[in-house]
Design a protein around this ligand. Structure first.
Ligand SMILES: C[S@@+](CC[C@H](N)C(=O)[O-])C[C@H]1O[C@@H](n2cnc3c(N)ncnc32)[C@H](O)[C@@H]1O
Length: 320
């Protein structure tokens, strides 16, 4: 057996029983474990997304990319269950590349157009789509954050999710009985969030979905919604320059006004989770001197992720 086959099998043996125990149907099976195979493999039930980032950084040469077929062969050997290898790859494996070459699509599709399907994650279920968008609908590295929000929220409390994407974090708050407000710029993701609520037998009408620039929402809410929320999740993109926005947004550059304004909406005694995926992100001393902060990045990194620098997560409370 090849080195990559052995490694995938070893990871599967470690993760599958844990995933089953916690009712987790989507998890990271492989994260650049072997230097010759600089890929990521995420499992969604019996389907797989392979991220080929081998060309993204140092190794511009084709050598490492040449190892992709070996990884795909190993996936087929482990999961194909008698299906022809090629058919299995076409139906069950999506390869995503983040090359930004002119005239070429951002990632390659092996299969036909994407299908929405539901996956389970502990107390909740979510719609995912592995092919049609840059991301799948569920950020797996935030799984423990979702549990943290589920543990923190209490029935009747108010929960705010800024940059809410498909609303998965809001679903966990709502399942605990919180009344949620989700703000995202995208109409597609806002609709997807409502669909996720319905999938969990939560009536979207009992919750608030706001399709807006979160920065404008914050500016507008400074007086009208001051101190309204018990728990807030603030998870902006690293960078945003949407056509629907004026100017650009950079999470490190703009962190001080962003967090200050978000804290205005937090109740005294409330809790804000602030996270982002910017590599090397440093929390500003303007924020740490003003609020009580705690770095919970390491404790909220799920078992199936190996890279602690993938993201940062901080808790924020009002100073007493
Ligand atoms: C990094 S994510 C948030 C991930 C999400 N918190 C989660 O855990 O699933 C990106 C989201 O930010 C949204 N977005 C980008 N710029 C925005 C803006 N200025 N205002 C509101 N949403 C924005 C995108 O539409 C996308 O859904």
């Amino acid at each position: 057996m090849s080195e990559i086959h052995n490694r995938l099998e070893k990871n599967l043996r470690r993760l599958a029983p844990w995933a089953e125990r916690h009712h987790i149907e989507a998890y990271r099976l492989y994260e650049r474990d072997l230097p010759d195979y600089p890929f990521l493999v995420d499992r969604y039930k019996d389907r797989f997304v392979v991220y080929d980032r081998s060309d993204e950084r140092i190794d511009r040469d084709e050598k490492k990319r040449a190892h992709l077929p070996g990884l795909l062969d190993a996936l087929v050997a482990l999961f194909a269950n008698g299906q022809l290898g090629e058919a299995f790859l076409r139906e069950r494996v999506v390869i995503k590349r983040r090359e930004r070459q002119k005239g070429e699509s951002q990632y390659e599709k092996l299969g036909e157009s994407g299908e929405n399907f539901a996956i389970r994650e502990s107390q909740a279920r979510f719609w995912v789509n592995l092919e049609d968008y840059l991301d799948t609908g569920l950020f797996l590295d935030h799984r423990l954050m979702r549990q943290r929000v589920f543990e923190t929220c209490q029935a009747g409390q108010k929960f705010l999710n800024l940059f809410s994407y498909t609303g998965s974090v809001s679903v966990f708050a709502a399942l605990k009985g919180a009344r949620t407000t989700s703000v995202d710029l995208s109409a597609t993701y806002t609709r997807w969030a409502m669909d996720n609520f319905q999938l969990n037998d939560l009536n979207p009408k009992d919750h608030e979905f706001i399709q807006a620039n979160a920065l404008e929402f914050l500016a507008d809410a400074q007086n009208s919604r001051r101190g309204e929320f018990d728990v807030i999740f603030l998870d902006p993109p690293t960078f945003s320059n949407s056509k629907r926005m004026q100017g650009t947004f950079d999470v490190e550059r703009d962190q001080v006004p962003l967090v200050e304004r978000t804290m205005t909406l937090l109740k005294p005694g409330g809790l804000l989770f602030f996270s982002n995926n910017k590599r090397g992100f440093r929390l500003s001393s303007v924020l740490t001197s003003q609020f009580q902060t705690k770095d919970i990045g390491a404790q909220t990194l799920p078992k199936d992720f190996r890279d602690p620098k993938l993201r940062v997560v901080y808790e924020f409370r009002h100073a007493r």
